[in-house]
Design a protein around this ligand. Structure first.
Ligand SMILES: [Zn+2]
Length: 169
């Protein structure tokens, strides 16, 4: 088991757009496993490769992680191809944004196309929490964070706090 370091705000890397992954090989499988170990160690339900410093279009997720059953999925080069409805994701958090919780407007149902870890094309139809997780992780691949979706006031307060914590380290 290998736990990786999580890149946290305000590291600029998090605002970069990730690139498509062209070759799925043994290194990809190791990265995905390490990402899963990292996600579970922080009790997360999703993680994008950019959050461990790798700017490639890879996400993993496990909607039931909180139930202590480890059964994660990986999606490579994911793309939202359909979206419907609206839901408010209450107190949404992010491993890269410690201590930030925000109510975020999300699509209620989405269809996501991508490749699984074997490189096979898959389509995931998601609703509720799973739809929220997938939207959150895919936004990471586009360099979008929860801090881009909250009010300027809330963002400034959070940024000041994050910079203060950075100085303490
Ligand atoms: Zn996140």
């Amino acid at each position: 088991m290998a736990k990786l370091d999580i890149v946290t705000y305000p590291n600029r890397l998090l605002s970069n757009k990730s690139e498509p992954l062209l070759n799925i090989d043994a290194d990809t499988h190791k990265l995905i496993q390490d990402m899963a170990d990292t996600m579970y160690s922080f009790s997360g339900v999703g993680l994008a490769a950019i959050q461990v410093g790798i700017p490639k279009n890879i996400i993993i997720y496990d909607r039931l992680a909180q139930d202590n059953k480890k059964n994660f999925q990986a999606l490579i080069n994911p793309e939202i191809v359909e979206c419907h409805g609206v839901q408010i994701s209450e107190k949404e958090g992010c491993l890269s944004l410690p201590e930030l919780l925000a109510d975020i407007k999300r699509f209620k149902t989405i269809s996501v196309k991508g490749l699984n870890s074997e490189g096979k094309p898959v389509t995931i139809d998601a609703e509720g929490l799973l739809a929220v997780i997938l939207q959150h992780e895919i936004e990471h691949l586009n360099g979008i964070l929860l801090t881009d979706k909250i009010s300027a006031l809330k963002r400034n307060i959070y940024k000041r706090k994050a910079l203060k914590n950075l100085k303490k380290e």
